[in-house]
Design a protein around this ligand. Sequence first.
Ligand code: SF4
Length: 248
Amino acid sequence: MIDNDSLYALLDKRFVDIAKSCDQAGVVLRHDKKSIWASDIEEAYYCEKKLDYSYLLSEDEVLPDAIASLDHNLKEQCLNDLERKYIGSINHAAVMKPDCSEIRVLGIFNGIPIGGSIDELEVSGENITVVERKFRSLIPNRPYNEHEVQGRVYCYCLDYMLAGTFPYNLNYRIDYCDLNDAGDSEIKLWQYYQYNQRMKVHMHDELSFVAGYWTEKREAKAQKSSRAKCNDCVYNVICESSLVYEDN
Ligand code: SF4
């Protein structure tokens, strides 16, 4: 069993050591990136076309500048207020520590650096749980696939950093928090998973799929579904794969 302070010190040291080894390896990926971030992997499971456009164009080139920046500023402001309240409420739980948020993690998959920043870590005995918080006005019935992938990516990185150090069990949890008019946040849905052997195999397949795009072995794929993501997509007027065209 490891105490929280020693765990965070160990993770900090491992992050720096792995980052140095990645610099020395000098990997260069699509769009001149040197590593893939968990948010990019999540986006690939939403729609790789959208991810590709976001690097090629940026949202500002699609939306009028003023609207794009206003929208972004409003979202940031709203989220910050709610996050502060939410963090204030959960830190009362015995297993939570105020300093266990925004933990940097870094792993390597097939030579590719994979990184991210974990919202929250819960540590209780040998159980380490990654907590991913999603703020939504509409709470889904079950976690979105892309959010589950994100939780697994964090576990993959943690496992890479902690392998061979001390006994631990990794888990991840997705919390969906309601954005209500009163400005309070409330957890409406949470789902807990063990990062077991089956999950590890699953993660390996998922990272292989994503790596194909970043190493330019294949082009971006549109992820189409009955939820018609394209209707809300900022790129739907220029995207040749848009469902909006097919609907008309
Ligand atoms: S319009 Fe649809 S297919 Fe094209 S980038 Fe957007 S979500 Fe992806």
